[in-house]
Design a protein. Structure first.
Length: 128
């Protein structure tokens, strides 16, 4: 029988997310610039950590991915306004913020021609 704890987080998380890049080092540097924590890597792969412990694994691609500009996943932040200001200060060229009913968001050009959507968190006060 599972032990009862005071941990209110969901019991399951996403372990790994993949991103292919021809230039692994440049992609890893970009992800580090937006706030991911570097864990390991070499010229063929990089592992970076997101909040909650999910690992982004950047692997060496033989050719540029066909993404039509859209990244394979989005990014979520607690304060979308502060994040946009911070990314702009780093020269990352974020778009204007789009105000929505569930999320506020902006677009951020990323590595390998990927365009990332950066969303406001919808977790509220729930631990994640």
């Amino acid at each position: 029988m599972p032990r009862k704890t005071r941990d209110r987080r969901p019991p399951v998380a996403i372990g790994h997310v993949m991103f292919e890049a021809r230039d692994v080092a440049a992609a890893a540097e970009w992800f580090e610039t937006v706030g991911l924590r570097p864990i390991a890597g070499d010229e063929d792969f990089a592992v970076l950590e997101l909040r909650g412990g999910t690992h982004l694994v950047v692997t060496k691609a033989a050719r540029r991915a066909k993404r039509d500009g859209e990244a394979p996943f989005d990014l979520m932040v607690d304060d979308v306004d502060a994040a946009r200001r911070g990314f702009a200060a780093k020269g990352l060229d974020p778009s204007r913020i789009h105000r929505g009913s569930i999320h506020d968001s902006f677009e951020l050009p990323g590595p390998e021609g990927a365009r990332f959507t950066v969303l406001s968190s919808h977790a509220g006060r729930r631990p994640v």
